[in-house]
Design a protein around this ligand. Structure first.
Ligand SMILES: NC(=O)c1ccc[n+]([C@@H]2O[C@H](COP(=O)([O-])OP(=O)(O)OC[C@H]3O[C@@H](n4cnc5c(N)ncnc54)[C@H](O)[C@@H]3O)[C@@H](O)[C@H]2O)c1
Ligand SMILES: O=P(O)(O)OC[C@@H](O)[C@@H](O)[C@H](O)[C@H](O)CO
Length: 378
């Protein structure tokens, strides 16, 4: 069995690559980072060290690595004969990998089983976004039948790694990979560590609007308070209180929308508060807050749940307050943070809200977000 995985970064090596390796796949990593790909290509194995309850140490081998920028044709040929293609490149990058997947689907022998395509990104229905781009790049849309596109929800905190760690990755011991089963029919891909579910929406929304909403809340409040590590942010009582406040709001939505048992959702929140504060994971507010314009997007971790709460007449004060605090995120190395600061000073509050959050002026959440943006403009 062979899997081609785009994005040999933190989650690529420390989660998707590891799980596919454990499932018995030969993994071909494809990435545009030449230094990373050269290191992988010249190294027979790397080590994933888990920290936390039930931690293990895993050695990943039986992989190859290709530079998808300089060796595009090789990557396409690998995908054409693979069983699975996965991505962990970031939602905004999917459109750049899609043409390679499209060319591979067009080249694929009709004798082969359809290619399983799964985007492993923190976004609602990321595989659907990828599919749109793949179909756009196909010479004939009917060729899309040569692939099965399935959305997934991936959960494991993999912080940035020490430079001297090389290819080795330290990760939390917890992980969850939920994959929608419906597109596959009766025969799902062999991935024992993943679980296949009929309806992914409750899983991805619970994950994104609890884990990622809570995480980003701590990052933005932490940044504003001058804190740099995530464990310090979570051990600061005022910041932990802000996280609990946003998660109480997203809980109200998840319970109302997906009929979750409130006690079960509260237990999920409490478990995540412990995960977040894990002092063995050296994670930073800069990583967790990265790409703030993406995180303030319409279907993302703040505006997504806050908009639905407003539509239901439910409160979202803590989410809106955190959107305001997110506007203070100013990290010179993060291009989106630089753009955010520029937009804030160049735009009116209405222009900013319309372009960044995608909220319509008639939406019930719109006035509160405009007000918080205005309050944060210098
Ligand atoms: N790190 C986590 O804790 C975590 C957990 C769950 C999901 N995710 C999601 O996984 C994705 C990747 O996150 P990460 O933390 O691993 O980031 P990362 O920056 O460590 O890795 C991303 C990799 O993608 C590569 N890349 C960029 N453009 C590419 C292209 N055109 N073709 C091929 N490769 C390309 C980069 O060189 C990099 O190696 C994001 O969507 C993130 O939200 C991350
Ligand atoms: O990857 P992002 O930028 O969408 O979000 C940053 C973190 O919240 C995220 O990477 C988490 O560590 C991860 O989603 C945990 O499963």
């Amino acid at each position: 069995m062979k899997a081609v995985h785009f994005g040999a970064g933190n989650i690529g090596r420390g989660f998707v690559g590891l799980i596919l390796h454990k499932a018995g796949y030969e993994v071909v990593f494809a990435d545009v980072n030449a230094e990373l790909i050269d290191a992988l290509a010249s190294t027979p194995s790397y080590v994933v060290t888990e920290v936390g309850d039930g931690a293990s140490v895993w050695t990943v081998d039986n992989y190859r690595a290709l530079n998808s920028s300089t060796h595009e044709a090789d990557v396409i040929a690998e995908i054409a004969s693979a069983d699975i293609v996965t991505t962990a490149v970031g939602p905004n990058i999917l459109r750049f990998v899609a043409p390679l997947i499209a060319k591979a689907i067009a080249q694929r022998s009709a004798d082969l089983e359809p290619l399983a395509v799964m985007a492993c990104e923190n976004a609602i229905n990321a595989t659907d976004l990828l599919k749109v781009e793949v179909v756009k790049a196909l010479p004939d849309a009917a060729l899309a039948d040569g692939a099965i596109f399935a959305n997934t929800a991936v959960d494991r905190i993999v912080p940035g790694q020490d430079r001297d760690a090389g290819l080795n990755v330290t990760v939390e011991s917890f992980f969850e990979w939920a994959i929608e089963s419906t597109p596959f029919g009766a025969v799902t891909p062999v991935i024992p560590d993943a679980h296949f579910v009929d309806d992914l929406a409750p899983y991805i929304e619970r994950k994104l609007f609890t884990v990622n909403t809570g995480h980003a809340t701590a990052a933005y409040h932490g940044f504003a308070a001058g804190v740099s590590s995530m464990s310090e942010a979570f051990s600061t009582p005022e910041i932990a209180a802000e996280v609990r406040a946003v998660l109480a709001e997203t809980k109200a939505l998840l319970v109302a929308k997906h009929d979750f048992d409130p006690e079960v959702q509260q237990a999920y929140i409490d478990k995540n508060m412990v995960r977040f504060a894990n002092p063995e994971l050296s994670d930073t507010v800069d990583r967790v807050g990265r790409q703030p314009l993406r995180k303030l997007g319409r279907n993302e971790r703040f505006v997504g749940p806050a908009a639905e709460l407003a539509e239901r007449g439910l409160g979202s004060d803590a989410l809106v307050r955190t959107m305001g605090i997110a506007l203070e995120f100013d990290v010179a190395e993060d291009p989106q943070s630089v753009e955010l600061q520029q937009l804030l000073s160049d735009s009116t509050a209405d222009e900013f809200v319309t372009s960044v959050t995608g909220l319509d002026a008639a939406h019930p959440l719109y006035p509160a977000v405009v007000e918080v943006v205005r309050a944060h403009q210098k």
